[in-house]
Design a protein around this ligand. Structure first.
Ligand SMILES: *[C@@H]1O[C@H](CO)[C@@H](O)[C@H](O)[C@H]1NC(C)=O
Ligand SMILES: *[C@@H]1O[C@H](CO)[C@@H](O)[C@H](O)[C@H]1NC(C)=O
Ligand SMILES: *[C@@H]1O[C@H](CO)[C@@H](O)[C@H](O)[C@H]1NC(C)=O
Ligand SMILES: [Zn+2]
Length: 358
């Protein structure tokens, strides 16, 4: 009797324990295939019903849902919005890993950090962990598809390759420079601006309420760069100086975390010219703080960044992203002086952290 009661209790406890452990134990420092990321999104929304909702805002070519996590505290007021997307290029696996880490960090900190709580009240974060879902799944298929970049739409009657480069397909100087019209190319820009459903989904969703967005952060790898608009060398963003100032401060903060150097500039200045990127489109729509993050590394492992670098990469990139987001928030809600002050405070904090770590 006693034994069996004790046994039931043990079984009950271990069942409860198992359920809890499963929730807590998502490994943010491993790469996850798409079904696990989808489950993680569902679980995250379930675990934080007051602050997280899932928004489906489009379909891929192969008719899979494109979804984001909307994260924020409801206040009844109209809020500003921060955009972050990861995984527009399939093979850049560190990017979806970063989006997931970013979500966890803001959900962990807003209850204890008054600034994060204030930001969660004034703004909603719209985070798409994987934008190019078809391509991401394809890159997990086997070791011959691991380096797939584009989406999975088929070519035309005259061209027999799959995939359009979604980051050349947006309606921003589309097709003018740094693209190919050959559908077999890695930088095929599609048959026309926004020919691809994935680019259409972002265009419709962001475009329908573009005045609400303060930041548009699109996460890629690799190269350790913060890219500002525009990819076309003949155009300069009207807030170029401010974008550079904030970007350089973010790069300083990144350096303070693990000592990694990130360069800041336009794509033609520090990478290569291009057209039709989502970042350029966002800036043309009037979203002021539009940046492309190119995460680690600087060529040693390239797209196949080892899992033991996920944590440090996410830590430093989180600091950089938070820098930009905090600046945008302070400028909008507390004025330009507060924004500058916030940058300095964060820089000092980052260098203290860096000193402790090294
Ligand atoms: C791909 O995987 C197969 C089976 O595991 C292996 O035999 C082959 O060498 C791998 N190819 C490459 C290019 O890594
Ligand atoms: C940029 O402007 C110059 C001068 O007008 C022109 O010659 C060049 O073709 C333009 N570049 C592109 C990529 O359009
Ligand atoms: C990355 O490596 C390249 C080639 O070695 C170098 O030119 C570049 O400055 C490096 N970038 C950074 C940010 O260290
Ligand atoms: Zn990319």
């Amino acid at each position: 009797m006693v034994d069996s009661a004790a046994l039931s209790l043990v079984l009950l406890l271990s069942a409860v324990g198992a359920a809890t452990v499963e929730k807590v134990n998502y490994d943010y420092y491993k790469y996850h295939p798409m079904p696990e990321i989808s489950n993680w999104m569902t679980q995250t929304a379930q675990d934080h019903p007051d602050v997280v909702t899932i928004v489906d805002y489009g379909h891929t070519y192969e008719n899979r849902k494109i979804s984001l996590l909307k994260i924020g505290l409801s206040t009844g007021e109209k809020k500003k919005v921060i955009w972050m997307d990861c995984g527009i290029h399939a093979r850049e696996w560190i990017a979806p890993a970063f989006c997931q880490y970013f979500v966890r960090q803001i959900l962990q900190t807003y209850k204890t950090d008054p600034k994060m709580e204030e930001m969660m009240k004034n703004m909603d974060f719209y985070v798409t962990p994987v934008l190019n879902v078809d391509g991401y799944i394809f890159s997990w298929k086997d070791n011959t598809t691991r380096l797939w970049r584009k989406n999975r739409s088929p070519g035309t009657s005259s061209c027999d390759c799959y995939g359009t480069d979604l980051n050349r397909n947006f309606d921003a100087n589309w097709g003018t420079i740094g693209v190919s019209y050959d559908c077999c190319s890695e930088i095929y820009c599609g048959s026309k601006p926004v020919s691809e459903p994935e680019a259409q989904a972002v265009t419709d969703f962001v475009g329908s309420r573009k005045d609400d967005f303060l930041c548009f952060l699109t996460i890629h790898s690799y190269g350790q760069l913060l890219l500002v608009p525009y990819g076309h060398p003949n155009f300069t963003a009207d807030n170029y100086d401010e974008l550079m100032e904030v970007g350089l401060a973010a790069a300083d903060a990144i350096r303070g975390v693990h000592g990694k150097n990130y360069k800041v500039g336009t794509s033609p200045a520090i990478l290569y010219p291009n057209s039709g990127s989502s970042r350029d489109w966002a800036r043309q729509q009037g979203i002021p703080f539009a940046y492309t993050f190119e995460l680690r590394d600087n060529g040693t492992f390239g797209f196949q960044l080892p899992e033991d670098q996920i944590q440090p990469t996410c830590e430093e990139a989180f600091t950089g992203a938070l820098h930009i987001i905090t600046y945008a928030h302070e400028k909008t809600f507390n004025g330009a002086t507060a924004a500058t002050a916030a940058l300095w405070t964060m820089l000092l904090a980052a260098s203290v952290t860096g000193a402790n770590l090294m």
